[in-house]
Design a binder for this molecule. Structure first.
Ligand code: SF4
Ligand code: SF4
Length: 249
């Protein structure tokens, strides 16, 4: 998606669909129509994950793969399993990104005293390392707060892949460009939540407009304690985690 295309996509789909009837739990609420680039300023998209709800089923990973045609061996979202044993040793795994969920590990289960799942994806950082290192400005912040990649101008140099402290980017070798989660940008301006949000059977993933005080994401952020990943880095991420264990990095 190049910059002109992304604005055109937002305007065309926003005017036609955001005004429609949206009744699915995970659909976005009726919103201000997007008629001009200026209207995009009414949105600041954000994401919330309730780790206390995640069961590691991997439905979100499979939905993302299918929706975004993600190449084999790469992931735009994945789920990590954290296990802490009686000696306080923490182990983390994510076999195939949790595409097929998780299985027990032989001989280990009896000693595990705590276990939980943590889904991950691009944090759409307000202070993003990836955009800062791109030598041609091909990765950028949209006016509605999504970090996108201009595929027309991306060199595929991989600087952004190395710079991202969350491991959220990859090089799509079939296209020779960087790629990553876009918050399903093609869906959100049709009034649809990202595919991973729609797929989650536990409502562990919440997506919404941080500028809308009535949005479920803002209400949850007001009501629940939440954390962010790697707060010491100053990236100012827009993925918020409810129930985040201190062992999670
Ligand atoms: S998580 Fe990584 S790829 Fe996403 S905006 Fe932050 S630095 Fe960029
Ligand atoms: S679909 Fe929901 S419950 Fe299943 S792994 Fe993803 S976030 Fe967790």
């Amino acid at each position: 998606m190049d910059r002109r295309h992304f604005v055109r996509l937002a305007l065309v789909s926003g005017a036609g669909v955001l005004a429609g009837s949206l009744t699915v739990y995970s659909a976005l609420p009726r919103s201000t129509e997007v008629r001009s680039e200026q209207d995009l300023q009414n949105f600041d998209w954000g994401y919330l994950i309730d780790t206390t709800r995640c069961i590691g089923c991997g439905a979100c990973v499979r939905a993302c793969k299918a929706e975004n045609d993600v190449p084999d061996t790469y992931f735009r979202t994945w789920v990590e399993r954290f296990e802490i044993n009686a000696d306080d040793v923490v182990s983390v795994d994510s076999p195939d990104g949790a595409m097929s969920s998780f299985t027990s590990r032989d001989g280990e289960d009896a000693r595990i005293v705590k276990a939980f799942f943590v889904p991950k994806l691009c944090n759409h950082c307000r202070n993003s390392a990836c955009t800062q290192v791109c030598p041609v400005g091909a990765t950028f912040h949209s006016p509605d707060g999504v970090v996108l990649i201009d595929k027309e101008h991306c060199l595929g140099c991989g600087y952004c892949v190395q710079a991202c402290p969350y491991g959220c980017r990859y090089i799509d070798h079939s296209r020779g460009t960087a790629d990553k989660c876009t918050f399903c940008y093609h869906r959100i301006h049709r009034g649809e939540s990202p595919a991973c949000v729609m797929a989650c059977p536990r409502g562990a993933r919440v997506f919404g407009n941080l500028k809308d005080p009535e949005s479920p994401i803002i209400r949850t952020l007001h009501e629940r304690r939440y954390g962010i990943l790697k707060p010491d880095l100053g990236t100012n991420p827009k993925c918020f985690y409810v129930g985040l264990d201190m062992e999670v990095k």
